[in-house]
Design a protein around this ligand. Sequence first.
Ligand code: XMP
Length: 384
Amino acid sequence: MSHRDSVTAVPPGARVVASSETTPLAAFEDPERGLYAVQFHPEVVHTTNGQKMLERFLHQVVGIEPSWTPAAVIDEQVARIRAQVGAEKVICGLSGGVDSAVAALLVYKAIGAQLTCVLVDHGFMRKGEAEQVVEAFRDHFHVPLVLVQAQDRFLARLEGIEEPEEKRHRIGEEFIRVFEDEAARLGDVRLLVQGTLYSDVIESGGTAGVAAKIKSHHNVGGLPEEMAMELVEPLRLLFKDEVRRVGEELGMPERLVWRQPFPGPGLAIRIIGEVTRERLEILREADAILQEEIREAGWYRKLWQSFAVLPAIRSVGVQGDERTYAYPIVLRAVTSDDAMTADWARLPYELLERISSRIIAEIRGVNRVVYDLSSKPPATIEWE
Ligand code: XMP
């Protein structure tokens, strides 16, 4: 609401309980009728005291008890999932991200081994990512999990392809094929778990709560319309931070709960140019060094995303007495609330230097590291 749209008159019977210079009717109440109102600019909520103001208003003025707890969400969703699923088999694609992981664990809690999770390793994940998911799900939570090693298939599909959207399209298509094969292997499966969040529901203008038929999505984790499976969406009423709290309550490892967003097509859209095995290995190693140093320096949770990019060009360098001709690595780190806009992160020079020196010293094939100082807009977060 802009200042001009502010409410300028109180309802009959109500009295003003707070005012400021710019907002004469900051808050008003009519306790007899149970009416309470507070008005301020939306951006105020993003300041430290904005949240406090809202909380005080809701809890002390209006008298509403804060009843949201991760445990209550879990109980409610477990009951809902059981009612929806009955005795049917359910399949869930894990991406390595927090949403699909929490959705899968909720469903597992509700229906146990009626659920099978599928993790398609397309070869574009970060170093150790697939292993971490397998360790958490199969070894720790004992959730039935099929790991599909499809690296060669995906790489073959990207041969000679440089155009970003064509890469996305081919990866998406191949992903669906692999996933369909796995679903067919499980026999008659009609239900599919999706980690749809409330923010996705709002964006697509849908209503909360009702299971909808599957919609194809730019996200590779999204599956095709033709599959026509009924969706189980236990996160449909949650925001990202709430999903993380539910994940913690379910005992998920900190590394999984707090993972930065990672695009479905993964490292494939962080190699600018054709994706080859050699480039993937270089990028994966560079990314691992970046992540390690960012975590070590206590920056990981402060950043929306941090990653490495490999533009498929070469530049000249010198190492010992030798001239080198090798790839550069671009470091990207941004802060953001929702990925719609983003600001490049002011990482300390010492941290940047450590990352740069390690990448050049430890990875053959890289002789230069640069830092991306662009914000979104006009740049995007990813390079492709
Ligand atoms: P951009 O680069 O458009 O990215 O600023 C905004 C956010 O979206 C993520 N992203 C993707 N996620 N599949 C995904 O699942 C994709 O193809 C894709 N492309 C971008 C990006 O990482 C950032 O968080």
